[in-house]
Ligand binder design. Structure first.
Ligand code: FPP
Length: 247
């Protein structure tokens, strides 16, 4: 698969981030502060997603990737995990039409093996219905873990070596990304984590090698399009050198 190239010269010229990845954290605390169950916070968090997706074209963001459920999140209580899975099913069923009409192309990354069949079929349907859309690209990481992704990619790469499709002598740092879930996406320019935690939590480890990071105190359900726009705008002032020196 080749990398998506729906980007005009004008968009390339803007100084904002082209790909923003977000670790949406703080739903539980937001609910607890209001004396409500954690799932109340996840519902409030889900409502934020559309607003941020819809503001992407205004701030020149062509790709938005959000961390919805990690390979580690299965360790939460059965009630919370079941509640989140139900939320994803309802969210996808309800949002399909709105996202399609808005013009967002939706993709999922992560391991689908452990997800229930109904959810996987809704995910496939959403990907298919929005496949021709070009206004913005939303990628939802669901049952995603970067180490798990690299392990799955390595397995696929090893299979290609075993059947003679790939020569180990040709493996370099351009090779592995072709096997990652994100193979059609550019690397993130900016990674945002809400809720005051300064951790990456196994999110896009390979892809974010040169990303800029913003750790902000806002809890995800309070994250607004204005704050998103402001972070994208201050990104334009940063001096990214990718290991080189300033020209
Ligand atoms: C982290 O907050 C959030 C999650 C594990 C779930 C993220 C899910 C959503 C925002 C909802 C829906 C998303 C989609 C795409 C429908 P936390 O529970 O770790 O919060 P805490 O750190 O305050 O406990």
């Amino acid at each position: 698969m080749s990398q998506d190239s729906n980007t005009s010269a004008n968009e390339d010229a803007h100084r904002g981030p082209r790909h923003v990845a977000i670790i949406m954290d703080g739903n539980g605390r937001w609910a607890t502060q209001r004396g409500r169950p954690r799932l109340f916070g996840h519902h409030a968090g889900a409502k934020r997603v559309r607003e941020i997706v819809e503001s992407c074209p205004d701030v020149g963001v062509k790709y938005l990737t959000i961390f919805a459920f990690s390979t580690e999140n299965w360790k939460r209580t059965q009630v919370e995990v079941a509640g989140l899975m139900g939320l994803f099913r309802r969210y996808i069923a309800k949002e399909t039409r709105a996202l399609a009409e808005f013009g967002a192309r939706v993709r999922f990354i992560g391991d689908r093996e452990r997800l229930d069949a109904k959810l996987v079929s809704l995910m496939n349907e959403l990907e298919e219905t929005t496949a021709e859309n070009t206004k913005t690209n939303l990628t939802i990481a669901l049952n995603y873990g970067a180490r798990d992704e690299v392990a799955r990619a390595t397995k696929l790469l090893a299979e290609d070596v075993a059947c003679g499709l790939l020569d180990p002598a040709d493996v370099d740092e351009e090779t592995l990304p072709k096997y990652l879930d994100t193979r059609v996406l550019p690397d993130p320019d900016l990674v945002i984590r809400t809720s005051g935690e300064a951790r990456i939590s196994n999110f896009l480890l390979w892809q974010s090698a040169y990303a800029e990071y913003e750790f902000i105190d806002t809890l995800w359900p309070d994250f607004s399009r204005e704050e998103f726009a402001s972070l994208c705008s201050s990104y334009g002032d940063r001096d990214r050198r990718f290991g080189g020196v300033k020209k």
